[in-house]
Design a protein around this ligand. Structure first.
Ligand code: AMP
Length: 356
């Protein structure tokens, strides 16, 4: 296989947050240039990229100039407006492709896609109004979770329904947005698989990580995860099946619930994923380099895990702990260059390397 994207080419990255930043660093290590497109001011990725465009997703002139300046396009988040993608796709190849975005932008489409693949999901129903919610509650029962179909992240746009009495308030919380109802899954723990698929269809997965969330935000990822050998194999096969079905190119995250009845797919993210940050200090080739390799048409790298790692997100005031963490042995610090610390805001992460 030849290197499809010549070294020195420019990669366009949509989204200038920490994921875009770490993708940009990985791309520059491989000799590529990066151009970031981001609507918000002072994007963290802008500090480490060759070029930055600050413009809205409906600014057609800016989108066109961005698309014409790059050789390929990738992204750090899945909620890119369809119109922007329509315009960009005529200017440069977009990886991962449109199908991955279409499926993952809408929780209902995503759940139906997973079910059609024969994978286990939480029982779910399409909710458009009070009548459909009541009907779904009669079938799915409580506890359950109402989630907006689109634009939900880090637990936002979700309302728990503990008893049918909560239904009206939960529906009001959706503020009229289309939603799905999901049965509440009783899980032992949550894991995720970070998988990569290359342009020529090769698939590789990192060792699954075990995730702990609070307030809907990922706090820690631990490798190895508590999984039996069979579960570990199943988790990787599920991710590979999804990647193949989407004809996927790049890195994706697949979140799974570990239950007494096996693995249940919660959601897929068509991008590098917070729960894959441990790979930066646990593998020769981390998820960011793997993504760049995949979209550039390079062979996938060696993602074998060589250390036990606990990745801990630094959220809001956790930044105050950085001086102490800097003195801690076997602790790799990754900060995102965000100027303002806010509660709930991801400011950085640390990878604690565990020696046996
Ligand atoms: P999501 O945005 O769908 O990834 O949900 C955020 C977090 O909420 C998940 O990582 C779980 O901890 C929890 N959660 C979401 N959906 C369910 C479910 N159907 N059953 C149990 N917990 C859930």
């Amino acid at each position: 296989m030849t290197l499809t994207l010549p070294i020195g080419s420019t990669i366009g990255i949509i989204g200038g947050g920490q994921l875009g930043r770490m993708l940009s660093v990985a791309a520059s290590r491989l000799g590529f240039r990066c151009h970031i497109y981001e609507p918000g001011a002072n994007p963290p990725a802008g500090q480490v990229a060759n070029q930055v465009t600050i413009a809205a997703y409906d600014d057609h002139a800016a989108l066109r100039a961005f698309g014409e300046s790059v050789d390929i396009i990738t992204y750090e988040f899945e909620n890119i407006p369809t119109e922007a993608l329509d315009l960009l796709q005529d200017l440069a190849p977009i990886h991962p492709g449109r199908e991955a975005l279409r499926v993952s932008q809408d929780r209902l489409t995503e759940k139906m896609f997973l079910r059609d693949l024969g994978l286990n999901t939480a029982p779910f129903a399409d909710i458009t109004d009070a009548a459909s919610l009541n009907a779904a509650l009669a079938e799915i029962g409580t506890p359950s979770i109402l989630k907006t179909r689109r634009f939900g992240y880090d637990g936002k746009g979700q309302a728990r329904i503990m008893s049918p009495d909560d239904a009206a308030q939960a529906l009001a919380d959706m503020e009229g947005a289309p939603a799905i109802l999901e049965a509440f899954v009783t899980f032992a723990h949550e894991v995720s698989v970070i998988a990569a698929r290359s342009l020529d269809g090769a698939v590789a997965a990192f060792d699954p990580g075990e995730n702990v969330h609070s307030d809907g935000i990922l706090r820690t990822t631990t490798v190895p995860a508590r999984l039996s050998q069979n579960q570990r194999t199943d988790a990787v096969l599920i991710a590979a099946e999804i990647a193949n079905a989407l004809n996927y190119v790049g890195v994706m995250g697949v979140e799974l619930f570990v239950t007494a009845d096996g693995l249940i797919v919660n959601e897929i993210a068509p991008r590098v994923h917070n729960s894959g940050h441990w790979t930066q200090n646990g593998c020769a080739v981390d998820q960011f380099e793997q993504h760049i390799r995949a979209i550039a048409g390079w062979p996938l790298g060696d993602g074998q895990r060589y250390a036990d790692v606990v990745m801990e997100n630094l959220i809001g005031d956790d930044m105050d702990r950085v001086p102490e963490l800097a003195k801690t042995p076997d602790c790799a610090i990754h900060l995102y260059g965000k100027s303002e610390t806010k509660p709930g805001r991801k400011m950085g992460h640390v990878n604690h390397i565990k020696r046996g």
